[in-house]
Design a protein around this ligand. Structure first.
Ligand code: KG4
Ligand code: ZN
Length: 362
């Protein structure tokens, strides 16, 4: 079953062709350079950039999977589209003006080529990402439900009980900033650029990820699985005010490393609590922050302690936003016959909740 998937929920314009769990082509146009100087995503710029690139990523994704010669691009697209069984698109959560671009394109293609369309929750894509395979079918890991899924991205921090295909229960989530957002905001305060996660990772690794300052671990003693990162950001602000401007540079690595420790320690302790509460020692991790090597080490250590297993996305392009994970999640929907019933009605849901569309019994 071949699926052409489109993803435009934030600052990546992406299209992919997938076959079950395998990725046949995967095109991502990142807008990072465009948003760098704003220290975050600038909505109207994101919308325009998606509109400018969407046709290009779709055409490349379709051309790549079948290796057609680009002599008659129009004819080639039509020919390759005949081989595609279904279309898939991210419906939410995300930036409304950005989601709209992908949805519009997928509806247009579904109409033109008379295909059924599958609406996917972006977080669902991140949850499935550790099971996405390359075109050779690797890694071959099988599903062993139930899992705990830790979704850690620029927009979300959630611990989810993943009971089976497409069956989710949110056990805990952030009450304010997401983990990636906490790293991005700290990097902005420290004058380091955007996105902050990879920059902070590099600085911290240069001081062996040590914790020098012991920033607060918000909500760590609360008896639930929720997170809160905005207080941590404030404590960084206060801390920086105690250091004279001209001395800040020499403290940069220590501060970055200590801050990263506070964020990750919180993630680890809440994940540990979730393992103990549910008795499930199998964790899948998805979202941009899952690219972090130090966090992967901490999670591996945690799961070893609990005699369990932890799974990360296997390829770098699967940690950040991409359309391959959307195509793979869509495959499990198509298998259950979950298609969007009315193209006319398909609209973006910027605050879409995991499992919402299944509850609606589409
Ligand atoms: O999943 P993603 O690409 O987009 C959203 O759905 O939000 O996640 C982006 C987030 C950003 O906050 C970025 O700083 C963070 O992922 N990130 C990292 C790393 N690479 C990206 N955080 C920590 N370490 C990294 N290596
Ligand atoms: Zn994402």
């Amino acid at each position: 079953m071949l699926i052409l998937a489109i993803e435009t929920s934030a600052d990546e314009t992406a299209a992919a062709v997938t076959s079950e769990r395998k990725v046949l082509s995967n095109i991502i146009y990142s807008q990072i350079l465009l948003h760098k100087k704003w220290g975050g995503i600038f909505p109207s710029l994101a919308k325009r950039a998606h509109e400018e690139r969407i046709d290009w990523v779709v055409e490349k994704a379709i051309a790549n999977f079948a290796k057609v010669e680009p002599i008659h691009p129009e004819g080639a697209q039509a020919r390759n589209m005949q081989k595609i069984d279904y279309l898939a698109v991210t419906q939410g959560p995300g930036l409304a003006v950005a989601l709209e671009v992908g949805i519009k394109k997928s509806v247009e293609l579904a109409r033109r080529y008379d295909k059924k369309l599958i609406a996917v929750n972006h977080l669902e894509g991140h949850i499935y990402s550790p099971f996405v395979q390359n075109s050779q079918g690797n890694p071959r890991r099988e599903f062993k439900f139930p899992y705990l899924a830790l979704v850690i991205s620029g927009g979300h921090t959630e611990i989810v009980l993943w009971k089976g295909h497409l069956r989710y229960q949110i056990l805990g989530e952030t009450r304010d900033d997401a983990a990636g957002e906490a790293l991005d905001k700290a990097a902005k305060m420290l004058g380091l650029g955007y996105p902050g996660g990879p920059i902070i990772e590099r600085l911290a690794s240069e001081v062996q990820n040590e914790d020098f300052h012991n920033f607060p671990r918000p909500m760590i003693n609360s008896n639930n699985l929720d997170f809160s990162f905005s207080g941590l950001k404030t404590s960084l602000l206060y801390y920086l005010q105690t250091i004279p401007e001209h001395e800040r540079k020499s403290y940069l690595k220590q501060v970055a490393s200590s801050y990263q420790n506070a964020v990750f320690d919180t993630l680890i302790r809440k994940t540990k609590r979730a393992i103990i509460q549910t008795g499930i020692p199998r964790v899948v991790v998805g979202g941009g922050v899952s690219a972090n090597f130090y966090l992967r080490k901490l999670l591996r250590h945690l799961l070893k302690e609990h005699k369990g297993e932890v799974y990360f996305p296997s390829f770098p392009y699967l940690t950040g936003d991409n359309a391959a994970m959307i195509g793979v999640a869509a495959y499990y929907k198509a298998k259950k016959g979950i298609f969007y019933p009315d193209l006319e009605m398909l609209d973006r849901i910027p605050r879409m909740i995991l499992g919402e569309e299944v509850k609606l019994k589409i």
